[in-house]
Ligand binder design. Structure first.
Ligand SMILES: [Ca+2]
Ligand SMILES: [Ca+2]
Ligand SMILES: [Ca+2]
Length: 518
């Protein structure tokens, strides 16, 4: 039997040669029946291994797992693995390799080309995360037992792809909910993420949001309040009207399959943000917050100060869209209340909770991204609280967040890391309005100092330390006043900006920076 299935989409095909037990062709009840073995199959592979497992050298190599569906050992000698459809004999399994009955064989795919049958096997090719051809070929060099053609789909870090359970007769391949190198796979594959018709970003007018799932027969369920959708959340039946700041979170369910990872999209209306009420926090099960140790607790205040916002809406909205935004969302009770990371006492080890992290950067929309991570509290329990985002596979997210967030930054971007294990969201509580003993000091921007009250005590910008991200460049703290630019001075270009930053403590006004950036 040659089963051809099309679960990889119209442009791909997956072929599994699963020859069932076949009786000898001449039926003669007096002779013993000869049984042909069922051919082995590629049961699982990992094309991007960051943390899953290591080979004998400690390297996180790609790998391919082969399953023997037979109740007897299978001789794998002479079989081929290949990543080239025009070279089916690319790498050959050495003589003397067997797979136990109903067992699994892990072969590293990392170009090390090791063929000692007594040691770990390594192919002479690796697997592309972007997807490529992959096949298991019989010793004749032409008969294909398992084939991902023209390519397996694009893969995620430390998420393996393979066969649901052990059903090689009518195989179902897809993203596996757990990685099981050399061991039995989960009984079902994980549904693909829900797709959104509109991508995350900033919006000014109402729009209609569509959602789709590539998995036929799957049901999409969603929430609009940031909570994780469950099997009892509303089912998607048609476009949803989005008219205010909304985090849409959606999951695909299907009987017999593992539900998809929750996908999230934040749609931000800045008119909501700049006018959000001061008591937003008090709608939550609140833990009283101190503004300093030993002080009485005070009410949270979540609004942007109307004295600053009113009359300056256009400038503020332009400012908010000139820098990257991170939108984080999780279940209400995981962030706030008795078990919420935001409300844990400072001397208590805070529980890690799963969280959706979305990057929205209008200046680099290609870098916009959504990823699953973990959040925990990282500061004193004050009105403003720092949070640490971690990226690891515990809750179904990637082992690292691959992002150009830092690379797109204004300083040293070219050398910035693009794979993050952790990202700390600093609240700056000690230098903010949320403390009683210091005026707020988010900026030493010259424009701000001139026009918004500057360094006068009681104003909002007394501290003239450079922003944290500049300090390593600038060296010791400098507190001298920056020279004032004349009004007619040409705006600095991108190349002169760095020189200025090093020689003074003054950051170029944000609005000017924007103009100077192509
Ligand atoms: Ca790889
Ligand atoms: Ca390859
Ligand atoms: Ca496995």
């Amino acid at each position: 039997m040659h089963a051809v299935v099309s679960r990889l989409g119209a442009s791909s095909r997956l072929t599994v040669s699963a020859r069932p037990v076949i009786a000898c062709s001449v039926i003669d009840l007096l002779e013993p029946r000869l049984l042909m073995a069922v051919q082995p199959v590629i049961s699982e592979f990992l094309a991007s291994n960051k943390v899953t497992n290591v080979d004998e050298n400690g390297d996180h190599s790609d790998w391919v797992e082969i399953f023997n569906p037979n109740p007897t050992p299978l001789d794998l000698s002479g079989y081929f693995l290949t990543d080239k459809s025009d070279k089916l004999n690319k790498w050959q399994v050495p003589a003397g390799v067997t797979i136990p009955a109903n067992g699994y064989k892990l072969i590293w795919a990392d170009e090390k080309n090791r063929t000692d049958p007594a040691g770990p096997l390594h192919t002479n090719f690796a697997l592309s995360k972007d997807g490529e051809y992959l096949a298991l070929v019989e010793p004749d060099g032409t008969t294909i037992d398992t084939e991902f053609a023209p390519a397996f789909p694009s893969q995620e870090d430390d998420v393996s792809y393979g066969l649901a359970g052990t059903n090689v007769a009518t195989p179902t391949y897809g993203k596996l909910p757990t990685r099981t190198p050399g061991a039995a796979n989960a009984g079902s594959v994980q549904l693909a993420d829900v797709q959104f018709g509109t991508q995350r970003g900033f919006f000014t007018s109402v729009f209609s949001l569509t959602m789709t799932t590539p998995s036929s027969g799957a049901t999409i369920r969603y929430t609009l309040d940031g909570n994780t959708p469950t099997s009892s959340s509303p089912a998607y039946t048609g476009p949803i009207s989005i008219s205010k700041t909304t985090v849409v979170r959606a999951i695909a369910f299907k009987s017999g399959s593992t539900s998809s990872v929750v996908a999230s999209q934040s749609y931000i209306f800045l008119d909501d943000v700049i006018h959000q009420p001061k008591n937003l926090r008090n709608q939550f099960p609140t833990t009283p917050k101190q503004i300093s140790k030993g002080t009485s607790s005070v009410a949270q205040d979540t609004e942007m100060d109307p004295a600053v916002v009113n009359g300056n809406e256009a400038v503020i909205k332009a400012g908010l869209t000139s820098i990257p935004t991170l939108s984080i969302s999780t279940d209400f009770n995981k962030m706030f209340g008795a078990n919420g990371v935001y409300d844990q006492p400072e001397d208590k080890v805070t529980p890690e909770q799963p969280i959706s992290v979305e990057l929205i950067d209008p200046a680099h929309p290609d870098s916009n991204d959504g990823v699953y991570g973990i959040v925990d509290g990282q500061s004193h329990d004050r009105m403003k609280r720092s949070l640490r985002l971690s990226f690891k596979t515990d809750f179904g997210g990637p082992s690292k967040w691959e992002t150009d967030l830092l690379k797109n930054g204004p300083l040293n971007g070219d050398t910035a890391m693009t794979e993050l294990d952790d990202l700390t969201l600093r609240a700056g509580n000690n230098r903010s309005w949320a403390r009683d003993n210091v005026p707020a000091a988010y900026t030493e921007d010259e424009w701000y100092q001139r026009h918004a009250g500057g360094r006068q005590r009681g104003g909002v910008a007394r501290d003239v330390r450079p922003p944290l991200h500049q300090r390593r460049v600038l060296g010791p703290l400098q507190r001298r006043r920056a020279p004032r630019r004349e009004a007619a001075t040409p705006r600095p270009t991108a190349s002169t900006r760095r020189t200025r930053s090093r020689s003074t403590t003054t950051a170029t006004p944000r609005a000017t920076r924007r103009t100077g950036t192509p």
